[in-house]
Design a protein around this ligand. Structure first.
Ligand SMILES: [Zn+2]
Length: 238
């Protein structure tokens, strides 16, 4: 099945946290989106095994996206050749014009690994002649696929960026993002959770900085090229 966008992250909740509002907007516009979690995110702080998978399915439904959770071990994710080719094969299978992935991370080792895996997988997916590469059997039977765009949402465990390529106004769908995150009671406390407050504060900070209520920020692997300059919204200071 083909998708318009694939989002590659380490854990169920990463995509929602980093770009849940953008996902809701894209889904509302008819885009088909696949979230790829490299691990199941377990064990988690406040729930029994299997609970996070049920919550992840519910969050995806709220946002209007599909989800594929791979079963690599949470906490022990490693940027390996096997995982790079596994994700490259997924990119070839689903042929997304756009890939979103954790771009830079230093705090959570799984996020660090996911960033390397995703960036390498996007590159490897476009290469041919895998039948001549030891370990490349998985890719040898698929046609190469070059994504048009590789974007990096901000990982909110990291200090906010002072520069980014663009931001998406997610004010109108922010309640959906809150609902999608709220289902993860395996990792967030239902009342007064510090991380949820931090995540929303960042979206609110960048929103207010840019003149709206909430915004999600992105970096880009390549400079952003616009066919239509009229899609750019007014800036607070011009
Ligand atoms: Zn995570």
């Amino acid at each position: 099945m083909s998708y318009d966008s694939i989002v590659i992250t380490a854990h169920p909740d990463d995509a929602e946290t980093q770009m849940g509002g953008t996902l809701a907007k894209l889904a509302d516009r008819g885009q088909r989106i696949l979230l790829v979690d490299l691990t199941a995110g377990e064990p988690s702080d406040f729930a029994a095994p299997g609970e996070r998978a049920r919550q992840a399915a519910e969050a995806a439904q709220i946002l209007g996206v599909d989800r594929l959770t791979l079963q690599h071990q949470d906490r022990l994710l490693i940027d390996s050749q096997e995982l790079r080719t596994e994700v490259a094969a997924l990119i070839r299978e689903h042929q997304p014009p756009t890939v979103y992935a954790i771009g830079e991370a230093s705090v959570h080792p799984d996020h660090v690994a996911a960033a390397g895996i995703a960036r390498a997988a996007v590159f490897l997916a476009r290469l041919g002649r895998w039948d001549e590469v030891p370990g490349g059997e998985r890719l040898a039977g698929q046609a190469p696929w070059a994504v048009d765009r590789l974007f990096f949402p901000h990982c909110k465990m990291e200090t906010p960026w002072s520069d980014f390529a663009f931001a998406i106004d997610v004010s109108e769908v922010y309640e959906r993002k809150r609902q999608a995150l709220a289902v993860y009671t395996s990792i967030f406390q239902e009342q007064g959770d510090r991380l949820l407050a931090l995540y929303e504060a960042e979206d609110q900070y960048f929103g207010r900085l840019l003149g709206v209520a909430h915004a999600e920020i992105f970096r880009s692997a390549s400079p952003v090229l616009l066919a239509d300059p009229s899609v750019i919204l007014p800036g607070v200071h011009g």
